[in-house]
Design a protein around this ligand. Structure first.
Ligand code: HEC
Ligand code: HEC
Length: 481
């Protein structure tokens, strides 16, 4: 029997495609031909969670196979993700505790429509959804990055009333030119970051800075449910198969488990799961403490920050932070159960040609197109799903050009987690821009590929040597994801 057969039909019925008719009979008995079977399967990037929506709202829909109770939890989390948090003490308890220092006062100001942030596009433009993480050499507790002594581990440019923000970030872009194999020229841009109006004096001269752009939030529950062994099976730390691609897992500290676990979330797989990423965002981005991170992030140099009033969670025991446990739970449930948008145009000849090139160029070695989730009794909708994330969730050395030079747990300064590519073809529709890579330097798919180096140098060179027609096909394939 097909698990979750009833809810599975919902997205297809919504999609209004002819596939509905044969699916109503049986999942893999559609029309009898192999072509039909592959069409159905490939569209379902997130298995039965897949949502058939190709509009601006496609990143923020609930998984298609949620039951009524899970849908109720989803709406609560959705509300919390979009609400603005205010300075303590607020007249209505709950929802306060913003700051003392922070970057934004709601989650969705960086992840607009649950999607990607954009970098400051021009010099002097304000930073919003591009964060700068800071550390100095050495490691903090459990192998975490060692925070900059006066500014902490993330630059917070804003402060609540009476508390100074830490200063201002600036970016400068420098052009880097190159040519495709067929002689066509291209120009890439490389960002350089600096700080101005620093409130607590100069930073430690050894400070390392990691720029991080807000990533889309959907699909992470599925990635969290992939068994560790399946991810580790793809790792090849010593490149035993001599294909130039190694792939290493990150190991990070789980506050909930009080143990080192596999990292899966964030540009360097620097967080274990949605819950800890969420609690980390509340503290790091909004200055709101929680059960997982109960201490405000004021360094000893930040006197006004230390003296500022903190928010109170109605009914919660002391020391459990400003965010209630129920709210953290609702956001975790919401984050884990966002649906993944379905692919489009899978049978278009140009898309098929691009898909073949994606495989032959070796992109798929890191952007792995197939995974099976394990079993999570608490989240039946995420269990036993065949998914197409286009990521192995492993770290790869991407070369000097992309390096931030800042280690994060076991990730080195030039390693990044392969970002999932599912839904990426809808980026412009949802977030109205095409900025890609960890710092948003790439202005579209081709530039993102041209920055690939290190372990991905071979794949990049294959792309650079392609004819314009082949390059267009590969990009068209990415647009279908
Ligand atoms: C100031 C901007 C900003 C705000 C506000 C913000 N985020 Fe993020 N978010 C980011 C950045 C940047 C990353 C990438 C972090 C990294 O790589 O370490 C991210 C990553 C994430 C991820 C992981 C995505 C992935 O694919 O790895 C989740 C989940 C997430 N944020 C949830 C939230 C939630 C929930 C909130 C509100 C509590 C929130 N964020 C608020 C900027 C922001
Ligand atoms: C060795 C592993 C590896 C190979 C091979 C590889 N990639 Fe990537 N890819 C990555 C990593 C890691 C990043 C993130 C780098 C960063 O942000 O600095 C990335 C980023 C991307 C992005 C931007 C995603 C985003 O969310 O910003 C696209 C698009 C992409 N790759 C496409 C491709 C294509 C197409 C190919 C084949 C020509 C390819 N990649 C080959 C590892 C790889």
């Amino acid at each position: 029997m097909i698990p979750h057969a009833r809810p599975f039909l919902t997205p297809l019925l919504r999609s209004g495609t002819p596939i509905v008719v044969c699916l109503a009979t049986a999942l893999y008995a559609c029309g009898g031909s192999d072509a039909d079977v592959s069409t159905i399967d490939e569209r379902l990037s997130g298995g039965e969670t897949t949502v058939f929506d190709d509009t601006w709202g496609s990143y923020k829909r609930p998984a298609a196979n949620l039951d009524d109770e899970a849908l109720r939890a989803f709406s609560l989390g959705d509300h919390l993700f979009n609400r603005g948090w205010v300075t303590a003490p607020a007249s209505i308890p709950g929802g306060d505790g913003l700051g003392p220092t922070f970057n934004a006062n709601n989650c969705s100001s960086c992840h607009s429509k649950s999607g990607n942030g954009g970098p400051p596009d021009a010099e002097g433009e304000a930073f919003l959804s591009l964060l700068l993480r800071l550390s100095i050499p050495g490691t903090g507790p459990h192998g975490a990055p060692n925070p900059e002594p006066a500014y902490g581990d993330q630059f917070n440019s804003r402060g609540i009333s009476g508390v100074p923000g830490e200063g201002r970030e600036r970016v400068r872009y420098v052009d880097v030119s190159g040519t495709y194999g067929d002689g066509t020229p291209y120009t890439l841009r490389k960002p350089f970051y600096s700080f101005e109006d620093l409130a607590f004096g100069p930073m430690d001269p050894a400070t390392m800075v990691s720029p991080r752009l807000a990533r889309p939030v959907f699909g992470l529950g599925l990635l969290e449910t992939i068994p560790d062994e399946a991810i580790l099976a793809k790792a090849d730390p010593d490149d035993a198969d001599h294909n130039g691609i190694s792939g290493r897992p990150n190991r990070v500290w789980s506050v909930r488990k009080q143990a080192m676990v596999l990292g899966r979330v964030g540009w360097k797989a620097n967080q274990p799961n949605v819950e800890q990423q969420t609690a980390g965002a509340f503290l790091g981005d909004m200055g709101i403490t929680s059960l997982l991170f109960p201490e405000e992030n004021c360094t000893s140099a930040q006197v006004a920050c230390l003296a500022a009033p903190t928010g109170v969670t109605a009914g919660s025991p002391a020391g459990t932070g400003e965010l209630s446990e129920a709210d953290l739970d609702a956001l975790n449930r919401w984050g884990k159960t966002l649906g993944v948008p379905a692919r489009r145009d899978v049978d278009d000849p140009q898309v098929r040609a691009g898909q073949a090139l994606f495989k032959s160029a070796g992109c798929v070695q890191c952007h792995a197109d197939d995974a099976l989730t394990g079993n999570d009794p608490e989240f039946p909708a995420l269990s036993k799903q065949r998914i197409h994330p286009y990521s192995d969730l492993l770290l790869h050395d991407m070369g000097e050009g992309l390096a931030d030079g800042r280690p994060d747990f076991e990730a080195t300064g030039s390693e990044w987690r392969t970002p999932p590519l599912w839904g990426i073809g809808l980026l412009n529709t949802v977030n109205k821009h095409n900025f890609l890579l960890h710092d948003g330097r790439a202005r579209g798919f081709a530039e993102a590929i041209l920055w690939h180096d290190g372990e991905a140098a071979g794949a990049r060179e294959t792309f650079r040597a392609m004819s314009a027609k082949e390059r267009d096909a590969l990009v068209r394939f990415l647009q279908s994801l």
